[in-house]
Design a protein around this ligand. Structure first.
Ligand SMILES: Cc1cc2nc3c(=O)[nH]c(=O)nc-3n(C[C@H](O)[C@H](O)[C@H](O)COP(=O)(O)OP(=O)(O)OC[C@H]3O[C@@H](n4cnc5c(N)ncnc54)[C@H](O)[C@@H]3O)c2cc1C
Length: 397
């Protein structure tokens, strides 16, 4: 890192995901001319992980390489490649895996989430995941080497649906079984759910809903009803968990380990720490936000704006966000877009088929140009649906 001057305010952003990268760019661009704020972004990979496309990586499809340092070029922010191993909230330092210690005045905590592989025995040892680009590539390699057999996708949420459809489409020689407690598309409008069901049937995916997985073995998945499925590969997409670093640092976290924030996205226990994206428990009028990139990117931008206001001696504004859509791919040429109320409940408006696939592709491709635009015109990143009456704050702090 560069040498520090006494007046310099160090902002450390952990995690260059949808939320963290948005925070770093927004803050760095807006403070560049002042010279008294330094922004450093820490991430384990040089390239941005497009989590929305990991099911494509897992089926051997090439996705674009997006270099983080290049994206930060011209913003004044510094990129440090490293895996954070500890946060010391009292000393205001962060340790990374090569034993470097980075100091901060303000921390932005954006370490995301991964699939929860701890709830069912055997998942951690034997199941494939989308927890990193490498994990998805390992699955791609396994699938490419199979010339038949069954692939089980554990978890019938939307990540599981997208993965099952993609695998079935790219590997017609494999039998794909999608397992879970809930029906695929259960939270959608019946019109959208019917399209999901039809697409999975068209692709030959066997759906088994209402089942409980009790164990994952190297070549079999066992179910609570005493039956099992022989599986050449099992992909686990069920549930999410977050890094234990925040809890380890003594930050107030919720029952899932997410950093509990105030309305400005500051940790309620450590106001010099902001939490963004999947790693944060952010309460809105309709409840605590769930992890999406449509909500994650605005949290990053808002944290940056809050930091700016605090540095200027002003009270930060409350964060408000309302959901607007749930785009789901069903292979490369089909999809469904469920438009939603701000609390994420389904509206009657649904897009299906090729037009939905195109819409989903546009959404998946959007973050990088959005970040690029933000570099030139930071205000362009500061527009998102605020949720109207769904997020109106009664007891704003
Ligand atoms: C297959 C899949 C499909 C999805 N599809 C959609 C979709 O269609 N629409 C949607 O809105 N959401 C979707 N999601 C969810 C969405 O990807 C997440 O909500 C979003 O990525 C959250 O952004 P984030 O910045 O909080 O975290 P992330 O994007 O996960 O970024 C976190 C970053 O922190 C880094 N990191 C983690 N731990 C450490 C550490 N110890 N040290 C340093 N760096 C670390 C990670 O490497 C990563 O770069 C999908 C998720 C998956 C897995």
């Amino acid at each position: 890192m560069n040498t520090t001057t006494a007046q310099q305010h160090e902002v450390l952003v952990l995690g260059a995901g949808y939320a963290g990268l948005g925070a770093a760019i927004q803050l760095a661009v807006r403070t560049k001319k002042r010279g008294n704020v330094r922004v450093t972004l820490v991430n384990p990979y040089d390239t941005f992980t497009e989590r929305l496309r990991l099911h494509m990586t897992a089926t051997g499809q090439e996705t674009a390489e997006m270099n983080i340092a290049e994206m930060l070029d011209g913003t004044g922010a510094e990129f440090v490649r490293g895996w954070v191993t500890a946060v010391d909230a009292a000393a205001k330092t962060v340790r990374i895996d090569d034993d470097r210690v980075l100091r901060y005045d303000t921390l932005v905590y954006g370490l995301g989430s991964i699939a929860d592989t701890t709830t069912v025995p055997g998942v951690d040892d034997h199941a494939y995941t989308f927890n990193s680009p490498e994990d998805a590539a390992v699955l791609a390699d396994r699938l490419a080497r199979l010339d038949g057999g069954t692939v089980v996708v554990g978890g019938s949420g939307l990540t599981g649906v997208e993965a099952a459809a993609e695998i079935a489409e790219r590997h017609p020689e494999l039998h794909v079984v999608l397992l879970g407690r809930q029906e695929p598309g259960a939270s959608m409008h019946p019109k959208a759910k019917a399209h999901v069901d039809a697409a999975l049937a068209r692709l030959g995916v066997e759906v088994r809903a209402g089942v409980e997985v009790t164990k994952v073995l190297p070549d079999r998945v066992e179910l609570a009803d005493g039956t099992g499925i022989d599986a050449a590969a099992t992909l686990w997409t069920s549930g999410t968990r977050v890094s234990p670093l925040a809890a380890g640092a003594g930050l107030t976290v919720d029952e899932r380990g997410r950093v509990v924030t105030d309305t400005a996205l500051r940790s309620v226990s450590h106001p010099d720490v902001y939490a963004v994206g999947d790693a944060a428990a952010i309460r809105q009028g309709y409840g605590v936000m769930h992890g999406t990139c449509q909500g994650g990117m605005p949290t990053g931008v808002h944290a940056a704006l809050s930091i700016l206001r605090v540095l200027a001696g002003k009270e930060p504004k409350p964060f408000r966000f309302g959901y607007y859509h749930t785009p789901v791919s069903l292979g490369r040429n089909d999809g469904v877009v469920q438009f939603t109320h701000p609390d994420d409940s389904p509206r009657r408006i649904v897009l299906t088929g090729k037009r939905a696939a195109k819409y989903k592709e546009t959404v998946s491709a959007a973050p990088w140009p959005t970040f690029a635009r933000m570099k030139k015109m930071p205000v362009s990143g500061a527009f998102w649906p605020h949720g109207g009456r769904y997020t109106r704050i009664r007891s704003a702090k």
